[in-house]
Design a protein around this ligand. Structure first.
Ligand SMILES: [Zn+2]
Length: 114
């Protein structure tokens, strides 16, 4: 499949992480002028690697729980957001904010909200 998608920094792309030894959503770290991904970053181990096209086929068996801003999330948790779909918690930004990697890009959400 030749996808003509133009990527931006911060978008999500699936790639096998050699450090984690697992296929997962990576964050686009840099793109060429033509919108082609040149480097990606793994949200779990923070490794920056060159993007290798066509190395992945997502086969997620994890089941996310619906997003709840009162819930306290941990890195690696999976959620289903009503607007953005399935996401994976990749970083705790501060006690009230998390970065979540959705199928298209990274978004910042509130958690542990009283
Ligand atoms: Zn990794």
């Amino acid at each position: 499949m030749a996808e003509k998608r133009v990527f931006k920094t911060g978008d999500r792309i699936e790639q096998l992480c050699n450090t984690c030894g697992e296929e997962r959503g990576h964050i686009v770290a840099s793109v060429s002028k033509q919108g082609k991904i040149t480097r990606v970053s793994c949200p779990m181990c923070a490794s920056h690697v060159p993007y290798k096209e066509g190395t992945t086929r997502r086969a997620s068996s994890r089941v996310g729980i619906p997003y709840d801003q009162a819930h306290t999330y941990r890195r690696g948790d999976t959620m289903i957001h009503p607007m953005f779909g399935e996401g994976e918690e990749t970083a705790i930004v501060d006690p009230r904010k998390i970065d979540v990697l959705f199928s298209d890009r990274m978004r910042r959400l509130i958690h542990a909200h009283m």
